[in-house]
Design a protein around this ligand. Structure first.
Ligand code: SF4
Length: 375
């Protein structure tokens, strides 16, 4: 089983908190799509197995036009063996999802949409410099549902400066009312080199208090699980049958191919990274010398990845698999370090798996780093 990730490096405007690679100049879009199709051909041998998921991320994939998608799908069909029931996700921004665009997407082999809503509160959307309003977000979801998309995910953000628990509860209530089967929710992170980070450094914004952030995360879990969503990964909630197959494959350490500038790939032993520059990407593909770096993972790095990705999910870390892949010494190291968290009911073992408890989820980063190994 394998997945394909496609990075679309264009956004209409940049959001103040985002550090994903993209640019607002769309003049190279045609050249980019041609380069992407060529990269797919050049790298087709890396994925001889059946492809079960394709994910268009970015950037903003909904900046692509129909002819771009058609070209890309044509290349994917030609170079890879895509399963007929593959999950094919496109990330979209609400302001791009007009009637005509939703209709166009419904005619492509796309069967899942991930809509970057972030908030249903206009002031918060303004603060995040999103381009849409709350009403546009609601209308976009309904429009996509009317065009036959039942598998829809939305992103919501919490832990914003001055965000009140009341507004957060209303955001959650609105999300639930839309009857979508998947919600991903993240705390605002102040990434270096973003406008939001500069504002923080300049003392122009005050980050949310730790206590408020914890309270909002608890509300998120309680509200969504009480409405039938399963909390299957720290930031992901899905109804039965609607978990993100693409992301679940990442969390299970499966192989994936990343196409496009700044895209990452993983083949089980190596990680590779395409250059985060559209110009260098296009030039590299055209010359046949891809601008990409590869690093071979050490045993400790593989153990750390297995630990981090496993513990993030409700399935936890499979201890038998851990021993088979890494040997008794790694198993003992893991369990010796896990003991203090097991004693405090922050970790538990269940069916041969090590899992975070509800209390553990709130301090998952600390627990995971407590179990990691350094070279
Ligand atoms: S959050 Fe999405 S739309 Fe905003 S800049 Fe980042 S990739 Fe672009």
């Amino acid at each position: 089983m394998a997945g394909i990730y496609i990075h679309i490096p264009f956004c209409k405007t940049r959001c103040s908190y985002c550090d994903f690679y993209s640019g607002v100049n769309e003049t190279q879009m045609n050249a980019f799509v041609d380069a992407l199709c060529t990269e797919a051909r050049i790298r087709k041998e890396e994925i001889p197995e059946t492809v079960k998921t394709v994910y268009f991320g970015g950037g903003t994939p909904s900046r692509l036009r129909r002819e771009h998608f058609e070209k890309i799908f044509d290349a994917l069909q030609r170079h890879f063996s895509i399963e007929s029931t593959a999950e094919i996700t496109v990330e979209a921004n609400p302001d791009d999802l007009s009637e005509a665009y939703a209709e166009m997407l419904s005619r492509l082999p796309v069967n899942r949409l991930s809509i970057g809503i972030q908030s249903f509160h206009d002031e918060e959307l303004k603060f995040l410099s999103r381009r849409h309003s709350a009403q546009q977000a609601i209308d976009a979801v309904k429009r996509c549902q009317q065009h036959g998309f039942s598998n829809i995910s939305i992103d919501l953000m919490y832990g914003l400066p001055q965000q009140t628990t009341d507004v957060w509860q209303r955001n959650l209530a609105q999300a639930v009312a839309l009857d979508i089967p998947h919600i991903s929710s993240y705390h605002l992170i102040y990434e270096e080199k973003t406008r939001m980070y500069s504002l923080l450094q300049a003392g122009k914004i005050t980050p949310a208090e730790e206590e408020a952030s914890v309270a909002m995360f608890a509300m998120l879990i309680d509200r969504l699980t009480s409405h039938g969503y399963i909390h299957y990964e720290i930031s992901a909630f899905g109804r039965e049958g609607y978990f993100s197959q693409h992301n679940s494959a990442y969390w299970k350490n499966k192989k994936y191919l990343g196409l496009g500038p700044a895209a990452h790939s993983f083949d089980g032993d190596n990680r590779s990274f395409n250059a985060p520059s559209l110009t260098r990407y296009i030039k590299g593909v055209e010359s046949g010398a891809l601008n990409r770096e590869t690093e071979r993972l050490s045993l400790n790095e593989k153990y750390n990845e297995t630990l981090l990705t496993g513990l993030r999910t409700m399935w936890g870390l499979d201890l038998t698999e851990l021993t088979t892949r890494f040997g008794d010494e790694y198993y003992r190291y893991c369990m010796q370090n896990a003991q203090k968290y097991l004693n405090r009911n922050l970790l538990k073992t269940e069916d041969g798996r090590l899992k975070l408890t509800r209390d553990g989820i709130f301090i998952s980063d600390g627990i995971m780093s407590g179990l990691m190994r350094v070279d």
